[in-house]
Design a protein around this ligand. Structure first.
Ligand SMILES: Cc1ncc(COP(=O)(O)O)c(C=O)c1O
Length: 419
């Protein structure tokens, strides 16, 4: 009897996991929207961080589908190398860095490890670079899943205000780094750029250069600096592939031992959300940092998901070894950018007329409306069958998933519901 009672009150879970429960997650809210659609015809589902065309179907890259179909069945069945392999490293580096790939190879040491989506890249970085006494520094408006990842490994974080007068709040960032450096030598700073989730903001070249200049100074004074650069929406910013890569110019400002780890998302760039294609890309002027990165990243990848799904890296191999298909894919991507931009222009134009404020948007899947009480705003909008995602200090609208026909008139409806 005594034993039974004790068992009921005890958790079999580890101390770290006991009591942890996923609430308010984007996938859960998306499910609410899906349920509402079953009973109401006029539901607008602005929850999903995926790209849909104007017929409300997944934006399918036909070239990507064609490349996958070209693969022999046995290729999908076989295990992939844990790191993704040398061909994967080359294809990802060339795609991500574009016109800067040669500069990266010539001026930096760099390496790549395949991960299940950008999520795997972020998690692998948190796992390997945040000890229990370390603190991740990030802006106060962020993709909410960062907190789940940090919670999963009991890592601490410190936020600073992202904006001051519509631009990056550099001074607040500096204050946050100083606070952490009062007690520790090491800082890990997370930036989600370009086309930040949830605001759609992109740092300017000047803002990035100022950040690296400042971080160079910290390293010179003895600090260890890691920049975690989540560029999940890289391919949906700017008008062309070339333009979206313009911010890599700022990497040239790195003069010291800073370690930059980029998180790349194949979910977004190739619309392969379910296939879990991603990469962790590290670069530094210090060879030892890259060697240590590769060893630890492969070790922890093998120790968690073991190896990436084979299909993604093999699809990339097919796509990027065929110039014609690569060009076709780039054109499809340009069309996706045009579609998103057109939606953003209508929404932002109507928001301006309606007097609905938004955070500064430069590109990407989301526009966010600043509100004081995000949960209350969510309820009010759900009341008129518009489903959004409450984030810190705002309500996120996924223009990526709403057809133009529904975007039109939406800003006015939101304004009316919130006032
Ligand atoms: C800012 C940001 N980073 C990373 C991810 C992870 O994407 P995935 O793991 O599907 O590549 C997402 C997905 O929504 C995101 O919004």
């Amino acid at each position: 009897m005594e034993l039974t009672r004790r068992r009921q009150s005890m958790s079999y879970l580890t101390k770290q996991k006991a009591g942890k429960i996923l609430v308010g997650d984007t996938f859960q809210i998306a499910r609410q929207a899906a349920l509402a659609k079953e009973s109401h015809a006029n539901v607008i589902d602005a929850t999903v961080g995926a790209l849909f065309d104007d017929d409300q179907q997944f934006y399918e890259y036909k070239t990507v589908t064609r490349m996958i179909k070209r693969l022999a069945v046995a290729k999908h069945y076989a295990y992939a190398p844990t790191s993704g392999g040398d061909a994967f490293k080359k294809h990802i580096s060339d795609w991500v860095f574009g016109p800067y790939a040669t500069m990266i190879t010539n001026e930096f040491h760099h390496d790549v490890v395949a991960t299940p989506g950008a999520s795997g890249a972020l998690y692998n970085t948190f796992m390997n670079y945040l000890d229990e006494h370390d603190t991740l520094i990030m802006p106060d408006i962020y993709w909410t899943n960062y907190l789940v990842m940090l919670g999963n490994i009991n890592a601490k974080h410190l936020t600073y205000p992202l904006f001051k007068e519509g631009a990056f709040h550099f001074d607040a960032f500096v204050d946050a780094t100083k606070k952490v450096l009062e007690h520790h030598q090491k800082i890990v700073c997370l930036f989600n750029d370009p086309a930040h989730n949830p605001t759609g903001y992109s740092l300017s070249l000047d803002e990035w250069t100022r950040i690296y200049d400042y971080l160079n100074g910290l390293v010179t004074e003895g600090a260890e600096v890691i920049v975690l650069y989540d560029l999940a929406y890289l391919d949906y910013e700017g008008e062309t592939h070339l333009e979206s890569r313009r911010l890599f110019e700022a990497l040239k400002a790195i003069e010291t031992d800073i370690l930059v780890i980029l998180a790349f998302s194949g979910s977004k760039s190739f619309s392969l959300y379910g296939l879990r294609l991603g990469a962790q890309i590290a670069l530094s002027r210090n060879k030892q940092h890259i060697k240590a990165f590769k060893n630890a990243a492969v070790y922890s990848a093998r120790g968690t998901w073991s190896c990436p799904p084979s299909t993604g890296p093999l699809m990339l191999g097919q796509l990027f070894s065929d110039d014609l298909q690569t060009k076709k894919f780039a054109k499809e991507l340009d069309r996706a950018r045009v579609m998103l931009r057109a939606r953003a222009e209508v929404f932002l134009g109507e928001a301006k007329i309606a007097g609905l404020p938004t955070y500064p948007y430069r590109g990407g899947f989301f526009i966010t409306i600043p509100v004081e009480d995000p949960d209350q705003a969510f309820d009010r909008l759900a009341g008129i069958h518009i489903y959004t995602i409450p984030v810190d200090q705002g309500i996120r609208i996924a223009i990526s998933s709403i057809p133009m026909s529904l975007i039109t008139g939406m800003a006015r409806r939101i304004k009316n519901a919130l006032t």
